[in-house]
Design a protein around this ligand. Sequence first.
Ligand SMILES: *Cc1c(COP(=O)(O)O)cnc(C)c1O
Length: 383
Amino acid sequence: MHHTSYIELSRSALKNNIQFVKEHLHSNCRFSSVIKGNAYGHGIELFVPLAERCGVRHFSVFSADEALRALRASQKKPDILIMGMVEGDSLEWAIKNGIEFFVSDPNRFHKAIQIAKKLKTKAKIHVEVETGMHRTGFSRKEFEMLFPFLKREKKFFHFRGLCTHFAGAESIANYYRIKKQRTHFAQAQKKLQGEGLKPKYFHVACSAAALRYPATQMDLARIGILQYGFFPSNEIRIEMMRKKKRYISPLTKILSWKSEIMAVKEVRKGNFVGYGNFFLANEDMRVAAIPVGYGQGFSRSMSNRGNVLIHGRHASVIGTVNMNMMMVDVTHLENVEKGDEVVLIGQQGNNEISVASFGEMSEQMNYELLTRLPSEIPRKITE
Ligand SMILES: *Cc1c(COP(=O)(O)O)cnc(C)c1O
């Protein structure tokens, strides 16, 4: 099938980014590759084997359906951890298949033990404690009430982790809140140890925390955005570059999004292009139709505003972005033809359209823009 656009993932870029992550984790810290949100839009099915080839053996997802996709895509029997929701028959599936999961409330713990007893196996649990994000996790009281059960039901679970998540380590504005969370977590650790209970991993760090507060790396770090070639925030990016005294990012984007020209038209001065009167040709122009629109994740807010690359040069989006098409101005380019490559995100020649610039223009943050890339766009691997 000839698709209207496709996404490329660069193997060498991923290798570079994983190398960067590993250089920044201390040697006893295990690296968990976070692949929720369809591997931040990159595509779980291609990303998992690619990451495995870079030595990754631990993946973190949000839900059971993502765990299933990761499991099917994997070739190296990695550990897979569900950090979010796992309810109903998914919980039984997870336990049966040795999938690890966050236990973020007493209810899930007791259900898991029940199922483990029924299946005569052990559930692999990570107890998530609430430390200040106020999203999910055991409150202090609930946590203490869990201790007798942790002791009594020992035969029915592997205590794989004690964990929490920070409420915004990528912004220095949250410094005190993160500090308090770290203190709360340390208290939980101490209490647990006081009871003679010991999980395999203590883990709290995401990309931002692992870089900014290395002591949070503990036994395992859950790293998402860095792998894909992005810093969690500009703040962290600038901090890292200053520390290293280097002004070229050590990370490389692995994703590019490409399409091709569908048609080229001459437009005489004084005519409107596209729907309604959003764009008026003030001079004779040449415009190209690109078969990508908001239906493919190219935001309508890029109307009269966005850019693409053709022949290594920028071409402006003119008029409104349609459901499946948009028009770009190619008056300044020679010999533009149907079938020519169009880069929506990524490099062409010496120019680049970064996710950040695309995101800024469409008012989305990197995380959001990436995960919104429709999973139906075919993905392929390049060197
Ligand atoms: C998404 C997520 C991470 C990874 O965050 P990054 O900023 O992408 O590194 C880690 N832990 C939890 C619980 C998450 O939801």
